[in-house]
Design a protein around this ligand. Structure first.
Ligand code: AMP
Length: 503
């Protein structure tokens, strides 16, 4: 199959795909969409980067009836970050059909999510705990839910959510269509599939197809005690625009982060011991380009889809070849080229060999300025160039992705021209701080209107979270509005704004 049109998708969905720059289906889409569209249950073995979100998201929006206000599809995700990304993606597929997609995740006020559900959510994307909570409160009604997707089921297993997943599945109609996506099929996941999926079609994309050919891969032989020095050398020689440095453990992540800080590096750490607010702050700073180095554990970095990452450093060799492929897939995105550098201790030769066998080539020894053979050409297309910046309509909501932020240079003292009509497109902006500074929705609206000269109605969908807030302003005015807000940031109540770039 060569085109989305061959799948007989309806015109509004095809149009949305064209606009976000998806020209032809990736392998997981080519294999997974037809059975999904036929109404069959599906097991998809694929990871982030393969295009799996569209493999289930497009069939969902194809079948959603926007004239009914019932919740017709539920997508469960292990983490809040993935929840946000999936929400944005499905929203972009369904934008021409007016499909309402609502994200529900822990760490954000439940009341706002309940009210969004009340006002109609055709598709609900949620983390396991929050979804269960919403069902228990009677806020999420699943009586008409005809699709259920379990995304990254292996992560749900690792995080201990499988029991809750089963509870949720038992609350959905028996006649539902179920899809389960997982990078690996550990026995508990297989069992879950056996119990809850009906004669599923099994589709699989080889992991090494994720090794995009835009990533140059290197290894550095180093003794454990010399790793910090070596890292400093690698960073000095490579001068990454943005790098993710992977460690195996939370403690190791924190230790390395402190060490880099002590040496004056502008780095941040991301791991499971941070509070949600702290994680938001780190994500926002990194995705916004303000921090060049992120030290992270595998779980914490899951779902990070950032096109500006130029380097991945495996400070600790990954636990498995799959993890290696997954980690290095964080760079070389959206048409950019990337470099992956893996530290290997002498006792880890076996692990290195397993990775090399998995990716089907030897990893080049690193030296300053070295070039390497790139990975095999992927079957999956790299994300279309421009897909990140030119996604269509302004997406709504999506707090943790408050992170895909374009930096703005404040321009001097101009107020935006107000020129809008009722359905004019809006652009999402992210503002800081949030409720932690005592800000409420009305404060935010007042601050924006005061600074920009926009009227209150022009500021829509305001969502205030702990450390930051989101609002939609008319697209035509957005740059000037952001500048005007930042101009005033020195005042009594500092408020900073940036444009949230949709995926
Ligand atoms: P996913 O694995 O669903 O997280 O998708 C990985 C990346 O590939 C995202 O940035 C998508 O926007 C992009 N992508 C997915 N499918 C396609 C496609 N058919 N053509 C171009 N880009 C795609």
């Amino acid at each position: 199959m060569t085109a989305f049109a061959d799948l007989r998708l309806s015109e509004p969905v095809l149009e949305a795909l064209r606009e976000i720059g998806y020209e032809k289906p990736s392998p997981i889409q080519a294999q997974g969409m037809p059975p999904m569209l036929e109404g069959r249950d599906v097991i998809g073995q694929a990871q982030t980067g393969s295009g799996k979100t569209a493999a289930f998201g497009v069939p969902i929006v194809e079948y959603v009836d926007p004239t009914s206000s019932d919740t017709q599809a539920l997508v469960l995700t292990p983490t809040r970050e993935l929840c946000i990304q999936v929400t944005q993606a499905i929203r972009s597929f369904g934008v021409k059909k007016n499909v309402e997609v609502v994200a529900t995740f822990g760490g954000a006020p439940i009341r706002e999510q309940i009210s969004r559900l009340r006002s109609g959510a055709h598709v609900v994307v949620g983390t396991v705990g929050r979804v269960l909570d919403l069902i228990d409160r009677g806020a999420l009604q699943l009586g008409s839910c005809r699709f259920v997707v379990l995304d990254e089921a292996d992560e749900m297993l690792d995080l201990g959510f499988l029991e809750d997943v089963e509870k949720i599945l038992r609350r959905t109609p028996n006649g539902r269509q179920t899809a389960l996506f997982s990078a690996t099929m550990a026995p508990p996941i297989r069992k879950l599939a056996d119990n809850y999926l009906y004669e599923p079609e099994h589709v699989k994309v080889k992991a090494d197809t994720l090794t995009v050919d835009s990533v140059e891969q290197f290894r550095v032989e180093v003794a454990s005690k010399d790793k910090p020095e070596k890292l400093a050398e690698v960073i000095a020689a490579e001068r990454p625009r943005q790098a993710i440095v992977f460690c195996r453990t939370k403690i190791g992540t924190d230790r390395l982060y402190r060490l880099l800080k002590d040496r004056g590096q502008n780095a941040r750490a991301l791991h499971g011991d941070l509070s949600q607010g702290q994680r938001d702050g780190v994500m926002l700073a990194f995705k916004g380009g303000r921090v060049p180095i992120l030290v992270a554990t595998d779980v914490a970095a899951r779902g990070l889809d950032i096109s500006t990452v130029t380097h991945v450093v495996n400070y600790d060799v990954p636990r498995s070849p799959d993890t290696y492929v997954h980690r290095i897939g964080r760079t070389g995105r959206a048409g950019a080229s990337g470099r992956a550098i893996t530290f290997v201790e002498s006792k880890q030769t076996r692990e290195r060999e397993a990775i090399e066998e998995h990716i089907g080539m030897e990893i080049t020894p690193w030296s300053a300025g070295a070039t390497a053979v790139r990975g095999s050409a992927p079957e999956a297309p790299a994300p279309a160039e421009g897909a990140v910046e030119e996604a269509p309509a302004p997406t709504d909501d999506a707090p943790a992705d408050a992170s895909e932020v374009r930096r703005q240079k404040p321009r001097r003292g101009r107020k935006p021209q107000i020129n809008r009509d009722a359905d004019e497109p809006g652009t999402r902006i992210v503002l800081a701080p949030g409720t932690s500074a005592g800000l409420e929705v009305r404060d935010l609206v007042a601050a924006i209107t005061e600074a920009t000269g926009l009227d209150g109605e022009a500021v829509r969908d305001v969502l205030v979270l702990e450390r930051f807030a989101l609002a939609t302003v008319p697209a035509a005015n957005v740059d000037e509005a952001v500048d005007a807000i930042n101009e005033r940031a020195g005042g009594e109540r500092p408020l900073y704004a940036e444009v949230l770039v949709p995926r």
